[in-house]
Design a protein around this ligand. Sequence first.
Ligand SMILES: *[C@@H]1O[C@H](CO)[C@@H](O)[C@H](O)[C@H]1NC(C)=O
Ligand SMILES: *[C@@H]1O[C@H](CO)[C@@H](O)[C@H](O)[C@H]1NC(C)=O
Ligand SMILES: *[C@@H]1O[C@H](CO)[C@@H](O)[C@H](O)[C@H]1NC(C)=O
Ligand SMILES: *[C@@H]1O[C@H](CO)[C@@H](O)[C@H](O)[C@H]1NC(C)=O
Ligand SMILES: *[C@@H]1O[C@H](CO)[C@@H](O)[C@H](O)[C@H]1NC(C)=O
Ligand SMILES: *[C@@H]1O[C@H](CO)[C@@H](O)[C@H](O)[C@H]1NC(C)=O
Ligand SMILES: *[C@@H]1O[C@H](CO)[C@@H](O)[C@H](O)[C@H]1NC(C)=O
Ligand SMILES: *[C@@H]1O[C@H](CO)[C@@H](O)[C@H](O)[C@H]1NC(C)=O
Ligand SMILES: *[C@@H]1O[C@H](CO)[C@@H](O)[C@H](O)[C@H]1NC(C)=O
Ligand SMILES: *[C@@H]1O[C@H](CO)[C@@H](O)[C@H](O)[C@H]1NC(C)=O
Ligand SMILES: *[C@@H]1O[C@H](CO)[C@@H](O)[C@H](O)[C@H]1NC(C)=O
Ligand SMILES: *[C@@H]1O[C@H](CO)[C@@H](O)[C@H](O)[C@H]1NC(C)=O
Length: 833
Amino acid sequence: MILLPILLYSLWGEPSRCLEEDGGFTTEKNIRHFAVATNTVYIAAEEKLYQLNHDLTLVQKLTLRGILTGGHLKNDARFYRGSVTNELNATFSVNILLPFVMNDTLVSCGVLECGYCEVLDLKNISNVLYREHIQVGSPLRNSASVGFLVNEEGQNAYILAALQQDETKSTGSSCPTGSEAVHLHNTYNIQRGYIFSTVGEHNTHVIKREGSVEFVDGFQINSIIYLFSNLPSRNTVRLIWLEGKATKKQTLESLRGANLSLSADGGRGGILLSSSVIPGGPPVLWSGVFSVDGGKTNTELLLFDISPDLNMTADADPDFCSVCTVNKKKTAETLKPKAVLFRQKSMTSVLAVRHKAWMVFFIGTGDGQLMKLSVDQNFQSSCPRVLYRDDYDRRVFPKMHLDPVDLKHVYMSFENQMKRVAVSKCGTYTDVRACWSAQDPHCVWCGSTISCTFEDDCPNSDWLSIPDDSQQKIVSYKVMKDSTGQVTLNIHTHLTVGQKALDKYSCNFSTSSSDFSELCSRESPFPKFPQCTCILSNSSLPAEGRHVTVSLILGTTILMEKLKLSDCPDIRGRPAYVLCGECVRAGCGWSRNGCTWANQGVGNDSVCQQMESMMNFSTPEISSITPSNVSFHGRNHAVLSGSNLRDVIRVRIQCTQQESPVWNNTGVRLTFHIPGANSKGVVKVCAVLPDGSCHGNTKITYQSSPSCTDITPSSTWISGKRNITLMGSHLELVEGVMLSHCLEGVMHSHCLQEVTPRNSNYQYLTYESPAAGKGVSAVKVFLKVANKSLPCHKTMSYHPEPEFISFTSTVTGEDLRITIQRGGNRGSLVGDI
Ligand SMILES: *[C@@H]1O[C@H](CO)[C@@H](O)[C@H](O)[C@H]1NC(C)=O
Ligand SMILES: *[C@@H]1O[C@H](CO)[C@@H](O)[C@H](O)[C@H]1NC(C)=O
Ligand SMILES: *[C@@H]1O[C@H](CO)[C@@H](O)[C@H](O)[C@H]1NC(C)=O
Ligand SMILES: *[C@@H]1O[C@H](CO)[C@@H](O)[C@H](O)[C@H]1NC(C)=O
Ligand SMILES: *[C@@H]1O[C@H](CO)[C@@H](O)[C@H](O)[C@H]1NC(C)=O
Ligand SMILES: *[C@@H]1O[C@H](CO)[C@@H](O)[C@H](O)[C@H]1NC(C)=O
Ligand SMILES: *[C@@H]1O[C@H](CO)[C@@H](O)[C@H](O)[C@H]1NC(C)=O
Ligand SMILES: *[C@@H]1O[C@H](CO)[C@@H](O)[C@H](O)[C@H]1NC(C)=O
Ligand SMILES: *[C@@H]1O[C@H](CO)[C@@H](O)[C@H](O)[C@H]1NC(C)=O
Ligand SMILES: *[C@@H]1O[C@H](CO)[C@@H](O)[C@H](O)[C@H]1NC(C)=O
Ligand SMILES: *[C@@H]1O[C@H](CO)[C@@H](O)[C@H](O)[C@H]1NC(C)=O
Ligand SMILES: *[C@@H]1O[C@H](CO)[C@@H](O)[C@H](O)[C@H]1NC(C)=O
């Protein structure tokens, strides 16, 4: 995989490393920490510290330097003011990087001997205001520790540093480490003790933990401090609540704790990988990416209500304590997830934001993707969208931030790269329906620009967007009949609209031109957003139903919906489970006696699903799909196996709004084409029946595109029959090999020859070279994947058949050396002898 870029560099003569296609910054070393404050991004990458504008243009960078004391630190000389640069003879890397906006400073602490902290000018990091040899944060490089400011306002602010504890491994450090897991450090000299001191009223107060702990995240909301950690030895995720009080002692002794259970029954543990609080509240909602199996692959995004329970006894946690006495009754609450938001392979990071009524989650993955998941207030998620995909499958760093200046970009990083990725790709949706169907709360359809944009890019215009709750359709409708026999059509639009669209809201009902009478009677009420009502002037509906077109006029945007009005009790004559779905979709209601008017029955799908499950009729079941690992280009001729497949007409890929027709359906086996996807990852597949219901829940994994980087051997005789090996990646996803002998118009069908691979795996694919026509001297090789032909970057040469003219033999020692001479003047070709 790494071969390709190297090849390109050498062709272009210079590295293309400085080119960033969409807002990025490359550091020299790997990124360890980054922080965002007001309009600036700070990146710590090993011993380098960078100050960037919010758009990731560089302001300045510097090397972090401090003094090695050789352990002979005089008490009064423990800090150094002013310019002592000539004495700064060692570099250090950062463990804690904290913008202290209130104070206009940036605190950076790292490991130099035991610990070393600097206070820098927030606006200009080359101005060092203060430095000191002091341990704030862990003395270990790359430790699972966290640091953040608490009580940030005013002079009561402290730095909370929570340190990884490892009971099994010795730290390999000569610095004082003990069971002291959480410290509060001063931020001002005027606090009791000096700056960075942990001394409280009389002595030092800490939170202790006997045994291993890894801290993942922490923050303060109002007066409550939240701290999340893993207890790896027990496979348990722990939350600590502290109340931000006047003194360190009071704050630390207010400790209360909870276990986070990964399952609703409270039993399942796991590992927290990344976390983000969801703005808004109370209640305080929080999301975490958890590893379910302890590895990094099987991950879930869960949502918890982490509002503290202040009724619990303070400082009585079984794992953490400030005043540690043995004879206290120990209790920890168990919090259960309120919702499983997303299951996906190898999630590594999460950032939650709120947009209107929606929660939006940005999710980073182990293979370099940034995804966006929108979730409504009932925890219904829309389909995830991919915002960014890394070319090199690099792991996304657990922490992500929102650009605080425009709130329209997410900062994410991997290895030595920082990216600034737009929160939405509204512009890719080119019509009003696509814009709505994207279910992206950041996007609106703008009437004046006739495009899908951010709301603030659509000023002084009418606009429309998705409603506050997740909906399948823009418009739903009900057909009702009252006691006088009058039939009413009630339209409900599922939209949010701007004032200008609201002011010009109306509905226009029209019916086929052959029907000259007015569809709606003059008594129909005036449209009132989000509804429109049409009282039919002719209450008798024809047996075949009446086709009606509804035009929703929202300012300058007009949305057309085609409906079929049926006489509800007339929908009958099919098995009940088919009928129910059809009845509900026709805007009618389901009752004990069958289909009826919407006001006389239940008008939603759940009643039909209930019935299906009660009836024990043979719903289709999918047992497997082969292959189920495909590239994101899709796959032709996939085979779906299962039972009761006879009536299946299509295969639906959930979340992509794509459906594929089926062929060769035997009832237990059918063939279909897996369509391409715009993202890697797992999708669910179900089988569609004629009534529109979809059954089964089998997974397909979309993986990267195959690539071909080398061909060996790269030559063959014109008669072919040589075993050829292609090298590259994801070659197991290749369907066939295409050879083209034309130089121009390579993809013309008369140029192409398809070969079936003998076998293939991730790295290698072998095939037998076919015979070529006369005069062919080279062929281009392509990988066939669904309807794509992906080129190999090498060509295959064909040589005329060899003619052996003569041979000579010479005896050298015990060996007999045979030299074969052949005709033609081409270079040497090693045959398979
Ligand atoms: C750095 O300076 C200190 C004090 O001046 C000295 O003790 C130490 O040996 C020096 N270290 C290096 C690596 O030069
Ligand atoms: C930062 O401060 C230094 C010295 O005070 C000055 O030379 C430099 O120009 C400043 N840099 C920026 C980006 O303001
Ligand atoms: C906060 O500002 C004060 C005054 O400038 C300074 O002495 C102190 O070091 C700063 N503290 C931190 C943690 O930045
Ligand atoms: C919750 O915490 C207690 C005490 O630490 C522990 O015994 C228990 O196993 C934990 N439960 C879960 C589900 O992790
Ligand atoms: C705390 O106790 C009060 C009074 O006993 C009760 O009303 C409240 O519901 C309790 N809160 C929680 C979170 O249990
Ligand atoms: C209603 O729609 C029909 C057909 O689209 C059109 O001919 C008619 O002018 C529209 N009426 C109004 C009031 O917009
Ligand atoms: C009402 O519709 C029915 C069925 O389409 C038709 O037979 C009847 O003539 C219509 N009545 C009027 C008054 O248009
Ligand atoms: C469907 O109807 C039932 C009963 O009328 C109701 O409880 C449920 O919330 C409805 N579901 C939806 C999705 O509207
Ligand atoms: C459903 O039908 C199958 C086969 O017809 C039968 O084996 C099974 O017991 C039935 N289940 C119920 C709940 O009736
Ligand atoms: C699909 O690929 C994954 C690795 O990406 C592998 O673990 C799994 O076994 C593959 N499944 C099949 C059916 O080949
Ligand atoms: C259907 O099956 C026939 C015979 O087995 C085969 O030739 C044909 O290619 C199949 N069609 C598809 C679309 O797989
Ligand atoms: C090519 O490889 C296959 C097994 O992979 C072998 O059976 C066959 O003999 C080989 N053909 C040649 C020409 O070496």
